[in-house]
Ligand binder design. Sequence first.
Ligand SMILES: Nc1ncnc2c1ncn2[C@@H]1O[C@H](COP(=O)(O)OP(=O)(O)OP(=O)(O)O)[C@@H](O)[C@H]1O
Ligand SMILES: [Mg+2]
Length: 318
Amino acid sequence: MKAIEIENLAKVYRRGFWGTRFTALSGLSLSVEEGEIYGFIGANGAGKTTTFKILMGIAKPTSGSARILGTDISARGARMKAGYLPEESYYYNYLTARELLRFYGRLQGMRGRDVAARSGAILESVGLAESADARLGEFSKGMRQRFGIAQALVNDPAVLFLDEPLTGLDPPGRKGLRDLILDLKRRGKTVFFSSHILSDAEAICDRIAVLDRGGLVAEGPIGKLLGSKVKSYELQISGAQPDAVKDLGIGVGIRSDAGIVHVTLDGTADPDAVIDRVRSAGGKVVALIPVRETLEEFFMRSGPSGAHGGLGGFGGGA
Ligand SMILES: Nc1ncnc2c1ncn2[C@@H]1O[C@H](COP(=O)(O)OP(=O)(O)OP(=O)(O)O)[C@@H](O)[C@H]1O
Ligand SMILES: [Mg+2]
């Protein structure tokens, strides 16, 4: 059984006084296996949140269908085993994190006692252990975001839908959340998350889908999308002067840092032959690092909005 199946999903919004039709999603199809971490990548306005809202039953699709763990999203029980972090959330400010978590657990049909038993561990897993008894009104943006993730985890869901979970988190927070997502995967959970930051997906995803103006432009395992082609190598040498390395004529972009000389070799270079030359000149090779295409470069190359800035710019969408 697939964790998530989306078939030919389309959403047409009607906008303004005249009800002008606007296509936010057109013929989106994808499927996510159980236990996968799946990245949903797209620029502002690409249709990510629209997809999440349809899957969560908040918006109605214009056409197409979707299933969560085999149950059609139009069925009542479809979201029983799902957890959802909305893109924007408004919390009751006068309750503490622990109290509010209990409230969300009760909404999910859990017993208060069962939520209480889990809440400490959940809040700890998102880095809120010390603020468990502080009111949400006192939380910073990043803390609210962390609470949103705790709220999505409260019923120990099998499938998690996280709409931009990394937005607003500081670097340790991002690292913590990536580790948490990897840990959920180890426990057999499925994680479907959106981002416009490709490096987030690159670090943890099994597969990604790249969405551009409501349509899929690429889909698959990251390694396959990027290819295994080596763009260049970085060679690190110790026990040699930069000038002496330059004289060997083995590569371009020579720089020296803390006694190590870094040389950038062309992707077509023969690393074996280069290493031999360095060694026979008395240098010691301490590292040889192949540099592959990054997701950013992939998107600039392949996305239709690549021509006007791709994900990094403000060109896509609305
Ligand atoms: N309720 C609505 N009525 C009309 N148009 C809408 C509505 N909601 C979204 N849209 C439009 O649909 C498109 C997709 O919006 P959506 O929120 O799904 O994008 P997104 O990929 O989540 O973007 P972001 O990265 O900015 O969150 C946008 O052009 C948006 O203006
Ligand atoms: Mg969005």
